[in-house]
Design a protein around this ligand. Sequence first.
Ligand code: GRF
Length: 207
Amino acid sequence: MLISGRGSNFTAIADVMAAQAWSADIVAVISNKADAAGLEHARERGFATAALSHKDFADRAGFDAAMMALIDGYQPDLVILAGFMRILTDAFVDHYAGRLINIHPSLLPSFPGLKTHEQALDAGVRLHGATVHFVTPTLDHGPVLIQGAVPVKAGDDPATLAARVLRVEHQIYPLAVRWLIDGQARLVDGKVLLEPGLQPWVFDSVG
Ligand code: GRF
């Protein structure tokens, strides 16, 4: 699990993992920021943690190579980006092809990049949300596992909208991870194939 900040998606996954007694474990929580709040949450829960600062490397390729070595030391089956605020090199993405997933706070392909809630408000869309997807070399693209939609409400500002989207993020990311762990979702010819009966979307109008 790779994080850069508060790590609420990490804790959402960890909580569901514990509550449902998954036959899987989080082998490490790694951050490019040693002071990421999420690392503290990980330590409190007893998970291995590590920090590797991108500032200690001259270039992106050097950082990504060191990060790959660090990650591979834990031998994960799945590499989960949960608010990891780094643009990844193609070498990194290729190395974990098919087992690298991300959550992005928009209904992709709308609003890639940063400030997605501002983008949504500026565009005047009525639905917004989040997407869990396999990572490919193009930023915020890649085969979609699940999407969570929320309404945009009158009077929303980026913060209120972000909070509503975050609620649905915490619902969809554990689902997607579970499907992958259980082999219920697979990547076939660049598309996600789901076991029949799985619902690859959530609509949350409550928050
Ligand atoms: C989330 O909104 C996620 O979609 C985006 O970064 C944020 C991370 O939040 N990629 P957290 O660290 O999981 O709380």
